[in-house]
Design a protein around this ligand. Sequence first.
Ligand code: CMC
Length: 389
Amino acid sequence: TGYTTIDQGFVNTSSTQSKITYIDGEKGILRYRGYSIEDVATNSTYLEAAFLLIYGNLPTADELGEFDEKIRRHTLLHEDLRRFFDGLPSSAHPMSVLSSAVSALSTYYEESSSVHDREQVEISTIRLLAKLPVIAAYAHKKSLGQAFLYPDNSLSFVDNFLKLNFGTMAEPYEVNPVVSKALDRLLILHEDHEQNASTSTVRLVGSTQANIFSSISAGINALYGPLHGGANEAVLKMLGEIKESGESVEKFVERVKNKEHGVKLMGFGHRVYKNFDPRAKLVKESADEVLTALGVQDPLLDIAKELEAVALADDYFIERKLYPNVDFYTGVIYKAMGFPPRMFTVLFAIGRLPGWIAHWREMNEDTNTKIGRPQQLYIGEPARDWPVR
Ligand code: CMC
């Protein structure tokens, strides 16, 4: 009644104003709070970029030290929450484990339902940043049937995360600095991307004044899908299938173009980028660097490069402005680092967490925020008389 326009998939609807991230999809520009993604990725760390996104400016050395210290102090999970994992099957996808455990976090911090209490928002921010990597590592350990380690707060954010994933109770664990640096950089590249599906989900749920844990748990579920963050896992599956089948890259691309059984070139295409994805450029550089530094030779990287070259020279992809996105090369790197494919989207979630938090807080602080409530165009039955039975 009265609503005549539909914007399927919100391709042309702004749901909010925002000061956090700027994207120019035609020119391939991405900026966090005004700083180019190239600068942030080269000069910053995950935690510094998180501070920038959440609080609006780069931290001073003291501010960053304090932020880091606070996060280190909150890494422990409640012992009961550690046992929460016992109730889940080891076959569970780590993304389902992650969203469930983040949702469960709110049961330990019910005070977080005071969504306009600044102190609560602040402590919840710290708790989320500190605990999500621990939950993620436990999801990984659970799938391997290995004992969970306690966090080691003497280590940096990324090193602690690596130890929780790859350390065991039996042996001391040495962090490989190449892996640590590369993972930090990849996480930075994922930190924010304005109103993507998961961030919009976080904002929509948050607009009901649901607490930040519930809102972010919903965002994790939105990220799980293969058209969004799940694409990194799907890319590796696609590359593996091409290798196993022995099918040529050209043949595979032909099948994509013929839309055979809905087969897509995963890791290609983007709603906003119509020239190139600046994150993909940086990731591709990292892929070569990391694999070389680790002495890994992965035929899947060769297949990915061949796929990219064939697709970029093909009219189908040129006409539709389809380019590799951030997910195209990340999986090959994560694999070289030792992560199983099912952890790839979890890594994306850790990366995106500061962005989700920044958006939830921006939405929550804006006195003009209204509950998100789209309209529809009803195309069902007109009024009907109830049948006499
Ligand atoms: N392979 C083959 N064809 C494609 C692809 C692809 N990856 N992406 C889009 N197209 C085609 C699509 O079929 C359509 O063709 P036609 O005009 O003949 O119907 C045309 O290109 C326009 O695509 P669209 O689906 O209308 O574009 P969208 O903006 O709605 O979707 C997308 C964007 C990212 C969901 C889509 O490109 C896609 O499914 N890509 C593969 C999944 C993927 O890599 N997702 C990660 C996105 S980046 C990181 C993130 O957000 O998580």
